[in-house]
Write a protein that binds this ligand. Structure first.
Ligand code: NDP
Ligand code: GDP
Length: 328
């Protein structure tokens, strides 16, 4: 039975990836950092009904010893490094922590693999945010990087360390340049989920408005379920590499509002308010990925449209709020 270790298993992608790997017969190990709220920390794994099938192991991205011990003891065949302080806006409030976990944490994983399991295959969760202030309409594997936040700078460090460990030590390390991907399990602070949660609240009479920042920003949004499949495909290749994973469609925050509100029979213009306090110190204006390499080399293509994604998220948030209302 192949074994996979997922750091960040309690996050959106970690949960979907664990589900994907379990369905393919993997034994799934997940890194779990200690929390005083341990009763709620596995919420996403519980939501997918897989929490009892994942072996959760105590460790932290900033504790190299914990990573070495876990990798040495279990000898996973594949390691997916998904753990990060992943919210761009918070990275200006906690830049050092972001560098520590998102940047140096990735290096800790690479070091642990180099020391304890040099034959394991590694996936590094890189990000389209690394492209940042780009001059091209579409971004691919050869587009230059220009990070616009402490998060993006930390991810860039992690990305180049993965490339460097591949070139220096021959590690099978692949880096996925993933564009934004969402789902009902997306953190509520990210704009798509904030919008779908807002739609559900307004629809059920729990809120009267939704306050957002820059409505003009454009992102290439896909579904997390599609994107974890691309991660796995990268590690099934004989040779490691870097791949852009994206839908090729760019949509503004305002357009996403329109789609999500319309799904609930509402007009977003009646409820969305712009709050200047929610603008960022530096913005990534527009992203659109060119996933030609992933399509040709991995045979990967997204299956879920933006409309289907928004509908699934709105329905899930409506169900969550209805369940809460019923329980009260
Ligand atoms: P989430 O924010 O949902 O999950 C982050 C995970 O990292 C959580 O499991 C969190 O644990 C864990 N974590 C944070 N700090 C530590 C730490 N010190 N030690 C151990 N674990 C830690 O992110 P996503 O699932 O959305 O994204 C997965 C990865 O992909 C991230 O690296 C993200 O930056 C990257 N990425 C995501 C994109 C997206 O659109 N979703 C796009 C491109 C890249 P806890 O539950 O305890 O907080
Ligand atoms: P990011 O691309 O990883 O930063 O993902 P987010 O979902 O956090 O943000 C996507 C875009 O939405 C960014 O350009 C934000 O500036 C913009 N945005 C506009 N209003 C909001 C808001 O209220 N919350 C968040 N998170 N983003 C917002």
């Amino acid at each position: 039975m192949p074994q996979a270790l997922i750091t960040g298993v309690t996050g959106q992608d970690g949960a979907y990836l664990a589900q994907f790997l379990l369905a393919r017969g993997y034994r799934v190990l997940g890194l779990l950092r200690r929390s005083a709220s341990s009763d709620v920390i596995g919420e996403r794994l519980r939501w997918l009904g897989i929490i009892d099938q994942v072996a959760l192991l105590d460790g932290d991205m900033s504790d190299l010893g914990s990573l070495i011990r876990i990798i040495d003891k279990h000898g996973p065949d594949e390691i997916y490094n998904l753990a990060a302080q992943s919210f761009v806006a918070s990275s200006w409030q906690q830049p050092l922590l972001t560098a520590q976990v998102t940047g140096l944490g990735a290096l800790n994983v690479l070091e642990a693999v180099r020391i304890a399991a040099p034959r394991a295959r590694i996936y590094q969760a890189s990000s389209s945010e690394m492209f940042g202030k780009i001059g091209t309409a579409e971004q691919n594997e050869t587009t230059p990087f220009y990070p616009r936040s402490p998060y993006a700078a930390a991810k860039l460090f992690a990305h180049w360390m993965a490339v460097n460990y591949r070139e220096s030590f021959g590690l099978h390390a692949s880096s996925g340049l993933l564009f934004n991907h969402e789902s009902p399990l997306r953190g509520i602070e990210f704009v798509t989920r904030k919008i779908t949660d807002g739609v559900a609240r307004i629809k059920l009479g729990l809120s009267r408005e939704l306050r957002l920042g820059n409505l003009e920003a454009k992102r290439d949004w896909g579904h997390a379920r599609d994107y974890v499949r691309a991660m796995w495909l990268m590690l099934q290749q004989e040779h490691p590499g870097d791949y852009v994973v994206a839908t090729g469609r760019s949509t503004s925050v305002c357009e996403f509002c329109q789609i999500a509100f319309a799904h609930a029979g509402l007009d977003h213009r009646e409820f969305v308010r712009v709050d200047p306090l929610l603008f960022r110190p530096a913005e990534v204006d527009a992203l659109r990925g060119d996933a030609t390499k992933a399509r040709q080399a991995l045979g990967w293509a997204p299956e879920v449209s933006l409309e289907a994604l928004a509908a699934e998220m709105v329905e899930a948030d409506l169900a969550r709020h209805r369940a809460r209302l019923k329980a009260d």
